[in-house]
Design a binder for this molecule. Structure first.
Ligand code: FAD
Length: 303
C-alpha cells in the first residue's frame, strides 16, 4: 500500500472511469457543501429528490481555499453510507501541504470513497489573483492526480476548459497541459459549464487532434434566473454566448419565461451533445432539484 494510507478495497465502490468507458452515457449531478443548517437542509432535500432518478454518480465540490474541507468529506461520506448514490469528492490543492492532502485522501479512502475529482483550485478571495503554492504542497492538478493515484485504487477525474483556462496564455498550451494531467493518471474529465455544444465539440476535437483520448463530460447548468448567467461568467471566466444572452434579454422581465427558456435551452443542448456521442452529462445543480430533474426527464429517456 502506497503512502501508508488505507487502500481502497477493489470493488467497494464502482470506478467512475470504468462506468464512463463501459456503457451508455452517464448522468451525474454536482452539489456544493453547505455552510449553514438551512443550506444543509436544502442540499439533502435536493439529494433525496434526485436520488430516484438513479444518476450514475454525484459529486461534491471543495470550497475555495479548502474552506469546506471537512464538510466536503462529511457530505461525501454520508452520501456513501446513507444513500444509494455513488459519490465523488472534489479535492483542491489550495492552502494544503502534501501531508494535509494525504490526510483528506486517507479519510475518503476510509469512508470507502473511490472517486475523486482532482482540481488545483483558485486563490481564496480573488479567484483571479496570484496562485501561490503552499510551501509543502503541489503546484498543478497534474501533481494532485499523481498523489491520489499513488495513494490507492482511486478513479480520478480532472477539469477541462472549452474556452481555455483563464490563466492559460493560449489554446495550444492549455491543450498540452490538459493532456499532461490526463496522462498523469486521470480516467475522465469534466468541463466547466457549457451553454453551446459547439464550444464543447471544439475542445473535444483539439484534445483528440493533440493525441488525448480521455473521455470528457460536458458540465451543464440550466439557467433558471438571469443572475445565473452573471454568476456563470464570474465562475468560468468565459463570456455567456451572445445569441443566447439576447434571447434571455427579450424575456428578462418575466421570471417564469426566463426559467422556461433556460430549461428549453438545456434540453436542446443536452440533445445535441448526446447526438454527438458525448460519454455523459454532468449537471451542476446548485443544490436545487427541480430544473435538473425537468431536463433529465426530457433527455434521460434517450439513454
Ligand atoms: P491545472 O490543471 O493545474 O491548470 C491551471 C493552469 O496551469 C492552466 O492554465 C494550465 O494550462 C496551467 N498548467 C497546468 N500544468 C502546468 C504545467 N506543468 N506547467 C505550466 N502550466 C501548467 N474549484 C474549487 O475550488 N473547488 C472545486 O470543487 C472545483 N471543482 C471544479 C470542477 C470542474 C468540473 C471544473 C471545470 C472546475 C472546478 N474548480 C473547482 C475550479 C478550478 O479549481 C479552477 O478553475 C482552477 O483555476 C484550475 O484548476 P485545474 O485543476 O484545471 O488546474
Amino acid at each position: 500500500m502506497a503512502l501508508g494510507l488505507p487502500s481502497v478495497l477493489p470493488g467497494s465502490q464502482p470506478s467512475i472511469g470504468e462506468l464512463i468507458r463501459d456503457g451508455a452515457p452517464t448522468f451525474s449531478f454536482e452539489f456544493f457543501p453547505p455552510k449553514t443548517p438551512a443550506g444543509d437542509r436544502l442540499l439533502w432535500q435536493a439529494i433525496r429528490e434526485l436520488e430516484p432518478l438513479r444518476p450514475s454518480f454525484v459529486s461534491i465540490t471543495y470550497g475555495a481555499g479548502g474552506t469546506t474541507r471537512d464538510t466536503t468529506v462529511d457530505v461525501t461520506e454520508r452520501i456513501a453510507t446513507e444513500t444509494t448514490l455513488l459519490p465523488m469528492a472534489h479535492l483542491t490543492a489550495v492552502n494544503h501541504s502534501v501531508a494535509e492532502l494525504r490526510n483528506v485522501i486517507g479519510r475518503l479512502a476510509g469512508a470507502g470513497v473511490r472517486n475523486v475529482l482532482a482540481v488545483r483550485g483558485d486563490p481564496p478571495g480573488d479567484p483571479t489573483g496570484e496562485w501561490i503554492a503552499h510551501p509543502h504542497g503541489v503546484r498543478y492538478a497534474e501533481d494532485l492526480v499523481r498523489l491520489i493515484r499513488t495513494a490507492g485504487d482511486f478513479s480520478v477525474g480532472v477539469a477541462a476548459f472549452p474556452y481555455k483556462h483563464p490563466r492559460s496564455p493560449d489554446i495550444a498550451s492549455d491543450t498540452e497541459y490538459f493532456i499532461r494531467k490526463c496522462r498523469a493518471g486521470a480516467d475522465f474529465a469534466i468541463t466547466q459549464m457549457v451553454f453551446d455544444a459547439e464550444d464543447y465539440l471544439r475542445l473535444r476535437d483539439r484534445v483528440a487532434a493533440a493525441g488525448g483520448d480521455t473521455p470528457i463530460l460536458p458540465g451543464v447548468m440550466p439557467v433558471t434566473k438571469l443572475a445565473t448567467i452573471e454568476r456563470s461568467e464570474q465562475l468560468s471566466g468565459a463570456p455567456f454566448p451572445s445569441a443566447l444572452a439576447a434571447q434571455f434579454a427579450r424575456v428578462a422581465d418575466d421570471e417564469a419565461a426566463v426559467r422556461q427558456l433556460g430549461i428549453e435551452q438545456a434540453n436542446q443542448l443536452c440533445t445535441r451533445l448526446l447526438d454527438e456521442g458525448v460519454p455523459g452529462i454532468h449537471f451542476i445543480t446548485m443544490n436545487r432539484s427541480t430544473a435538473t430533474r425537468e431536463v433529465w426527464l426530457n433527455v434521460g429517456t434517450r439513454v
